[in-house]
Design a protein around this ligand. Structure first.
Ligand SMILES: [Zn+2]
Ligand SMILES: [Zn+2]
Length: 345
């Protein structure tokens, strides 16, 4: 099969072709696994982190990609959840042990043996991939393959972030940063919490305008923040300054949920401005979001089909993956980027 593989870590600034188109043997599904013929695979910021070594893959060469849509091609000897030809999706969670107290307690995202698709196991920048059948999802009919792919990452993790805020309808909520996940969260908010006011903190006017179009009550960036206090805030930025500002805007007993796989060192000193009585006292909470569970993906797909949420997508051919990644890196974003993998290339 054809695949775009990453053979090692490099800086995109110097290496404009980090992925290489190669011929690989067709993967063989294990007993409880399925072989999936990939039709679409979303392109995510996490791939940039993998290429540049901020989130290093477990092995090289590796096939990246964790927002996969395809059809079941072949079943492992003990697999039976899906029929051949059925459409399935594969997300960031590739597997977890199923036995530890985190897995048994509904928090498989925290399992010590958590494996990520396209990082710890080969992903979807290829014609075929294998996955444990229990970690694949049926995709609601309403979505085309291209629309469904980006929902599997930005949508599912946005859903988890929102769940972790513990928000109730009518509570004020803030979003700091307004990228792929932020705009899906705003759509979910308008539907699930119609009486809540949404405050969007973003540096770019285009993002603020987009947020207002989607129904945000207030948009700005400056440090003073809104005049009202917020019960919950979801931060999706890679910086520390928004965290400090967010704590200042939180209501008593409010919760800041940080949905970021890492924070950069650049503006760390902003943390020294945290003033305990003003920013943390009165039972304010800070919580991060790590990975996703299968329940998050399943519940989110159902919600997205109901609302419905239809992401705007921009398609690239599989062999154009490098261009898609470079454009993502340069923030040339016109909707979610999706690779198209036609049959018989
Ligand atoms: Zn992702
Ligand atoms: Zn486990």
């Amino acid at each position: 099969m054809k695949a775009m593989v990453l053979k090692g870590v490099s800086a995109l600034e110097r290496n404009r072709q980090p992925l290489e188109l190669v011929d690989m043997p067709l993967p063989v599904p294990g007993e409880k696994e399925i072989l999936v013929k990939v039709t679409r695979c979303g392109v995510c910021h996490t791939e940039l982190d993998e290429i540049e070594g901020r989130t290093t893959p477990r092995h090289f060469p590796i096939v990246l990609g964790h927002q996969i849509i395809g059809t079941v091609e072949r079943l492992g000897s003990r697999a039976g959840r899906f029929a051949p030809g059925e459409r399935v999706g594969i997300a960031w969670i590739y597997s977890a042990c199923g036995k530890c107290r985190f897995c048994l307690g509904g928090r498989e995202n925290l399992c010590a043996e958590f494996m990520a698709t396209g990082k710890d196991a080969n992903g979807g920048y290829a014609e075929y991939t294998v996955v444990p059948e229990d970690f694949a999802y049926r995709i609601p009919m309403i979505f085309s393959d291209s629309e469904a792919a980006p929902l599997l990452c930005a949508g599912a993790i946005g859903y988890r972030s929102l769940r972790l805020t513990g928000l109730r309808n009518g509570d004020n909520i803030g979003l700091t940063g307004f990228g792929a996940s932020g705009h899906l969260v705003l759509k979910m908010l308008r539907y699930k919490y119609p009486d809540s006011r949404v405050f969007v903190f973003s540096r770019t006017e285009a993002e603020r305008e987009f947020a207002r179009e989607l129904g945000a009550f207030w948009t700005d960036y400056t440090g003073d923040g809104p005049s009202e206090k917020l019960t919950a805030i979801i931060d999706t930025t890679p910086a520390w300054r928004p965290v400090v500002n967010a704590l200042r805007s939180l209501e008593k007993g409010g919760r800041l949920v940080i949905n970021a796989i890492r924070k950069e060192d650049r503006d760390r000193e902003a943390l020294l401005e945290i003033d305990y009585p003003r920013d943390l006292w009165m039972e304010k909470e800070v919580k991060s979001v790590a990975n996703i569970t299968r329940i998050d993906v399943e519940e989110f797909l159902e919600l997205a089909a109901h609302i419905p949420i239809r992401p705007e997508v921009q398609e690239y051919e599989l062999h154009e993956a490098n261009r898609a990644l470079l454009e993502l890196n340069e923030r040339k974003i016109r909707g979610a980027k999706v690779l198209r993998i036609p049959s018989g290339i």
